[in-house]
Design a protein around this ligand. Structure first.
Ligand SMILES: [Zn+2]
Length: 409
């Protein structure tokens, strides 16, 4: 959980500055807004954006830096790093039977430990079995919405700070999305910020639950429309020139099938962690192998599985997620759109979402959105391209980043 932050002191001057408002609505998919008039009058320049393979942990750093996960180092949250693992001391408890460690109480204790004492940040979740946690490290140790928050790349927040551009960043902590917009509204009347960045996170869980309920989605979008229109109007009342851009990190795909992949793998005569390690995310399974026989047997099981397919290195490279040191897996198995790993490390058995994300970016339900007051002066086709919109907002010019090169859709 994160706090509302003011990254830079808001400076004052004689001239009213232009204001650029960026709003990241987590999981707002193109398929969700298609056919709806959501903010259509205010934001006429609209298009789907191709996401990157993975989850928000990879997609948002890509948005903030304009670089793929293979360059930022931010993809899935857990990566193989037994020497650097903040939980390497857990290996001294390896004599305990797995059931004793992999209990939900153990996971909760480790979550609190990670958050409070191991410097893993307030969003740390123990999404790997505790009995093998000492093999893994955690990517998101820093606040990605602050300077130096992304491991290997400069983000928009580094740019804002280094250029001394007055800005405000609102990310969630103890407020809901409506309250975050209200906080920005309070600030806008007396601030001289040139850039506002709002991260609204609630849509993700809402769509996980209600992706098939068109009426409820409509009501929810109406609430966002009211709030964001108020924000835009207040900004316009303060500045003559305001741009607003709403975008998302990925969409949401209706879940149709479940598959117990863990059961299939654990039925083999090979054992974790001596023969292999596995992390089961909702839509993806990643494996590290310590012997050829285990590798062969698991590859055979996966190849015969109806629920997904093994991604080749060429495909991983093309998707911007091939890591030479294989920290995110010797092998990546991706579920077909609409399939879900039953009782993965990420989804407990008690959670049965109606929608999920993390499928192949070719899946149209995975498309994110780009909605803007202004026609971008450059091609905006993937979430990576949003970074160019940020950069345009940092120009010394106070003109909004518009041109006539591309049209709305
Ligand atoms: Zn989600």
């Amino acid at each position: 959980m994160r706090t509302v932050q003011s990254r830079e002191p808001i400076t004052t001057g004689d001239q009213e500055p232009e204001l650029n408002i960026f709003v990241l609505i987590d999981a707002l998919g193109w398929e969700v807004i298609q056919g709806r008039r959501f903010l259509e009058d205010l934001l006429p320049y609209r298009r789907p954006l191709r996401t990157v393979l993975g989850f928000s942990s990879g997609a948002i750093p890509t948005i903030l830096t304009g670089r793929p996960p293979a360059e930022t180092g931010h993809w899935n949250l857990f990566y193989f790093d037994p020497k650097g693992s903040p939980f390497r001391w857990l290996r001294y408890l390896a004599f305990l039977p797995p059931w004793a460690m992999d209990h939900r109480v153990g996971r909760k204790l480790l979550k609190e430990l990670g958050r409070r004492f191991l410097g893993l940040g307030p969003l740390f979740e123990c999404c790997v079995k505790p009995s093998v946690l000492h093999y893994f490290n955690w990517v998101e140790r820093r606040n990605i919405y602050g300077p130096a928050g992304i491991s290997n790349s400069r983000s928009i927040f580094d740019e804002l700070v280094s250029k001394h551009i007055p800005h405000r960043v609102y990310t969630y902590h103890d407020m809901n999305d409506h309250q975050i917009v209200n906080r920005a509204l309070d600030d806008i009347t007396h601030d001289r910020a040139r850039v506002l960045f709002l991260y609204l996170s609630e849509m993700d869980m809402f769509l996980h639950t209600h992706v098939n309920d068109g009426a409820r989605i409509g009501q929810r979008l109406d609430e966002y429309e009211r709030d964001l229109t108020r924000l835009y109007n207040a900004a316009s009342a303060r500045c003559g020139s305001v741009s607003m851009t709403i975008f998302s990190d990925h969409g949401m795909t209706p879940v149709r099938e479940h598959y117990d992949l863990v059961r299939d793998v654990e039925a083999l005569p090979y054992h974790s962690p001596s023969d292999y390690l596995a992390v089961y995310d909702s839509t993806m399974a990643r494996f590290w192998f310590f012997g050829d026989k285990a590798r062969e047997a698991i590859e055979n099981i996966l190849s015969a599985s109806p629920c997904g397919r093994i991604l080749s290195d060429a495909e991983l490279s093309g998707l911007g997620v091939l890591f030479e040191d294989r920290r995110f897996g010797d092998l990546v198995f991706l579920l077909h759109p609409g399939w879900l790993i039953a009782a993965s490390d990420f989804n407990g058995p008690s959670w049965n979402p109606a929608g999920m994300h993390g499928y192949h970016p070719d899946d149209s339900y995975s498309d994110a959105v780009f909605l803007s007051t202004c026609r971008p002066a450059f091609r905006v086709a993937t979430i990576k391209d949003i970074y160019q919109c940020f950069k345009a907002a940092l120009n010394e010019s106070h003109e909004p980043p518009c041109s006539d090169e591309t049209g709305p859709r």
